[in-house]
Ligand binder design. Structure first.
Ligand code: SAM
Length: 341
């Protein structure tokens, strides 16, 4: 999934850094996990992983894929292939009324509103799939693992039919070609390692003290809050009929504003990360144009580092994002590594 600050192109730099500078690391906590690409990569490279993110849809994505050691079998449901079944579901197969359908009524041009996030046929499909998964779970026809597996499959499928330019803060004014496709759920990758990967859904301060060998922290790096940019994925995951506002139909997010997105609070947010962590090692992903200047973060890391363990690794953004030809920006991805005192 395309995600602001997603690290899919940096996973090898992250694992190389861990291999080069640490000793006997077995457990790693990905405390701002987002799409989970780093958790997944490190898990497959042999570490024991714990993940966390404040957004529920991120939790769903992880919990319903690499949070599972086995592909669910849906024994109680009595449907051979629930993914195929959901893909071919119609409104008349369900006991739902159109008035129950939150996405159809609020995010597609149906007469009730003029927002153009989804074509009506996909909005309706998202609703009936989401509500059917909920009914199966509340009637005890599927287990909790099966519930998250199906939810993750739905969340993964939504961006492929969304009428957006990457984020949900606004919709496009003309229908993009991909929105005409039918939303299609697919199977999720699961955790094949035999080791467990526990997933959490908390503010980082509530879980920061968890004892692990290495804390990997990839916080937001500028003032763009995540919830407003991904509000529709959050609403589909939660399906809590929220009060929504404005042209984009935004749910409230004041209660989960991130201190890492505020110039005033970002330094204290990093201070808490370093002060409260019980990890032996800390690895931070950041960049040289982020809210907290490199000089200040370097100073803080040096203060919290044992002896001369602090390293700053900079990765040229032009090479990192090689699809941009002749990009002369001086943006550098950074890895701050230290052994904590
Ligand atoms: C740069 S992204 C992480 C990207 C991730 N490494 C990936 O590759 O997909 C930062 C993440 O931090 C999360 N976040 C922001 N503030 C948080 C907080 N206070 N506690 C926990 N997670 C938070 C956001 O929801 C977002 O998913």
């Amino acid at each position: 999934m395309r995600y602001i600050g997603g690290k899919s192109l940096l996973v090898n730099n992250i694992s190389d850094c861990i291999l080069s500078y640490t000793d006997n690391v077995q457990s790693i906590f990905d405390i701002f996990a987002g799409t989970g690409v780093v958790t997944q990569d490190l898990l497959l490279k042999g570490y024991n992983l714990l993940s966390n993110d404040i957004l529920y849809f991120s939790y769903v994505l992880l919990r319903g894929s690499i949070g599972l050691n086995h592909t669910p079998t849906f024994d109680k449901l009595g449907i051979d292939n629930p993914i195929d079944y959901l893909n071919s579901l119609n409104l008349y197969d369900t006991n739902l009324n159109k008035s129950d359908l939150f996405i159809y009524n609020n995010y597609s041009p149906t007469g009730n509103c003029n927002r153009m996030y989804f074509q009506p046929h996909n909005a309706l499909k998202i609703d009936i799939i989401r509500l059917t998964i909920e009914q199966w779970f509340s009637y005890n026809k599927i287990t909790e693992d099966e519930y998250y597996y199906l939810l993750a499959s739905l969340i993964k499928a939504v961006p492929y039919v969304s009428n957006i330019a990457g984020v949900y803060a606004a919709y496009l004014k003309h229908w993009d070609k991909r929105t005409f496709n039918n939303i299609t759920l697919t199977d999720n990758p699961i955790n094949p390692t035999g080791r467990s990967c526990k997933c959490l859904n908390s503010d980082y301060l509530k879980v920061i003290e968890t004892p692990v060998d290495l804390l990997y922290a990839d916080p937001p790096y500028n003032s763009r809050e995540y919830l407003p940019n991904y509000h529709l994925l959050e609403t589909i995951a939660r399906y809590d009929y929220p009060e929504i506002k404005g042209v984009s139909g935004m749910r409230d997010y004041q209660h989960i504003k991130s201190p890492f997105c505020s110039k005033k609070n970002v330094e204290a947010a990093f201070e808490n990360l370093m002060k409260l962590s019980n990890a032996r090692y800390l690895l931070i992903s950041y960049n040289n144009e982020a809210l907290l200047p490199t000089a200040r973060l370097t100073e803080m890391c040096s203060d919290y580092a044992i002896n001369d363990s602090f390293r700053l690794i900079e990765i040229d953004y032009r090479r990192y994002k090689s699809k941009i030809p002749n990009n002369n920006s001086g943006l550098k991805e950074q890895l701050y590594f230290l052994q904590l005192k």
